[in-house]
Design a protein around this ligand. Structure first.
Ligand code: CA
Length: 238
């Protein structure tokens, strides 16, 4: 399922697009302003953003570089005017493709497929694989022994961080900064709670860890249990 964020202030167009894309099997989120769109692009991790250029708060041409500063998500801009200068500016500001209004849902779907296809061929597979565990940050899918594991957003972010740095001890401070964007202390409990949910979903426990090893007072290390990394048992607190 492809998740699409629609940033469009015209409520009639917005609901028509939401209806059409939802009917096409996509997960759709929407925003009516540039600021709300930026927030949603960061928080909801959409696969594609459809960005109207004529927005009430920030011009879409100014939203683009702000979005590019925080995300590499493909962006299709929608413009009301078939204005070559505006289209060139949008593409130069980081848009991947554009549509001229009015456009039909079929054309939008085709553009979405096209940008995702280009992305898939242009970027190496970012999947983190550790033993029988795979974590794909693009589809946000996790499998263990080939079986899908359903995770919440934070559980996924935590697992992906640990899997990317498999074999290394990742400190709770780093986890809070990366996953929760918190720089202050005192959030250890948050990490512990999510870690215990994650363990349960991966079918392991703190007492009998397989992938997730707590190093008491330091952090967490994700290891490939099949490689017999028994060398950390001496220092592991759990
Ligand atoms: Ca508009």
């Amino acid at each position: 399922m492809v998740s699409v964020l629609i940033v469009e202030d015209d409520s009639a167009i917005r609901s028509a697009l939401i209806r059409a894309l939802t009917a096409g099997g996509h997960a759709v989120t929407s925003a009516a302003t540039g600021m709300a769109g930026l927030t949603s692009a960061v928080d909801d991790h959409p696969d594609v953003v459809v960005l109207d250029l004529g927005l009430p708060d920030i011009d879409g041409l100014r939203v683009l570089p702000m979005l590019r500063a925080v995300s590499a998500v493909p962006v299709i801009v929608a413009t009301a005017r078939d204005d070559e200068r505006v289209i060139v500016q949008a593409l130069d500001a980081g848009a991947d493709d554009y549509l001229v209004k009015p456009f039909g849902a079929e054309q939008l779907e085709a553009r979405i497929r096209a940008v995702l296809r280009r992305l898939a061929t242009a970027t190496p597979d970012p999947t983190a694989t550790v033993g029988a565990l795979t974590v794909n940050p693009v589809t946000r899918e996790v499998t263990l022994d080939g079986i899908p594991v359903e995770l919440s957003r934070k559980e996924f972010d935590l697992l992906y961080l640990l899997a990317q740095r498999a074999g290394e001890v990742v400190t709770k401070r780093e986890i809070l900064a990366e996953v929760w964007r918190q720089s202050y202390g005192g959030g250890d409990r948050t990490v512990d709670v999510h870690l215990s949910w994650l363990r349960r979903k991966l079918g392991e426990t703190a007492a009998e860890p397989r992938y997730l090893h707590s190093i008491r007072g330091v952090g967490i290390r994700l290891v490939d249990p099949g490689r017999g990394d028994g060398d950390d048992t001496g220092q592991s607190g759990s």
